[in-house]
Design a protein around this ligand. Sequence first.
Ligand SMILES: Cc1ncc(COP(=O)(O)O)c(C=O)c1O
Length: 457
Amino acid sequence: MNLVDPIARPNAPALMSEAFAHCIFPLTNMAELAQDGPTIFAEGSGATLSDVNGNLYLDMMGSISRANSLGYGNEEIARAMYEQARRAHYVGTGSALSEPMIKLAAKVASLAPGQLAKMMFVSGGSEAVETALKIAKQYQQSSGRKPRAYKTISRWNAYHGATMGALSVTDWLGVREVFDPRVPGHSFVANPSRYRNPYGIEDDEAYADLCAKHLERQIQFEGPDLVAAFIGEPIMQANGVQIPPKSYWQKVREICTKYGVMMIVDEVICGFGRAGYWFVSEYFGIEPDIMTMAKAITAGYAPMGAVITRSEIADAIPLFRHVHTFSGHAVACAAANAVIAIKEREGLILRARENGEYFLAALKDAVGNHPIVGDVRGLGHWHAVDFTADKKTRAPFTDDTVRAVVRRMRELGVLAGAMGTAMEMAPPLIVTRSELDRAVAVTAQAVEETARSRGLG
Ligand SMILES: Cc1ncc(COP(=O)(O)O)c(C=O)c1O
């Protein structure tokens, strides 16, 4: 396949020098960047992406961020955005609404768990988290249930975004290190994790149970009347696709209800099919009080995030003191409506679940017993291979072995991600079985070659 016409191909060296002169590279190690350079992508089709040098990649990371759930070059979404841009691209914020926004709110409410019914749209995941935290705090005050509640609780290793409120409930990626002090009143509790945890408890279920108990203890410690909300990713990204036992989230639900703490489930990654459900809260059998979403809501075709809550919560706030200029941007809403229609029509959510099981089995088969692989796990279209330097102690690699595997996969034409101790893959829902087979083969080759080159078995 030749995606980019060689004659029309951009001038790669000129672009590269302009990139170095004028771009800031978020969360990128500048020493590594100087060595490898950024990748300048040019064009894509389906799950395949090409760079400006004409190299082709199978994108198994959903455009790095896992947002891309329908692949590249989707005409139907592009056309919906174009038509909306011609009609009324943007009509304002607050109570200035557009038809695609209202239609989108009604549609998402019909897909969301339980009684979640009222939405606010924003421009991305971090803004969605900010909005959710503010709804929780303002609801506790306005409703008179907990007029003094300002405290929030999240978990070690959580990632909820980069803006100051979202950052304050975040622990992963070292993003808050230089920005302390955070928003006052926040504390962290233990997070359930697969394969290894800080206390060496071998049974993941037992550890998850302890984590739920830690949350209850922390609410008591902080003072239940002062705690407005708990926020958590239903499946954490830290160290690769951390799927807790269902019982963990059910216990968290019970604890939050018991103490009148708003349970915010951050579905920014999981929502809209990534984990094989419209919202993975359904898989866990829970109904959040407030739920955030972003990324795959538009499949990455336009920046968008959103928050949904129960009517009773939204209606208790007479004047929500929060606004974003691009709330409910009409073109983004048109993109989201098209994305949801395609996923529904093509049965892509169920297909992700089925293909995910197929992919997980194949990955386990290919690398599950390799000496440097500790665990292979996943749900829907989100998978991780967790590495270990010692199968007995489950010790993670402390050098760049995981990054070396990912680098080798990229050389072999497959884009994956290094996520702490694990390698992660999150392909678009339209990926074919033969593309999944190729990703498995490349994973096996990269794991084997990396291990051999480092004398690791
Ligand atoms: C669970 C979760 N919440 C929030 C965010 C922040 O979203 P954004 O980068 O769109 O601001 C992310 C981003 O990865 C995320 O994974």
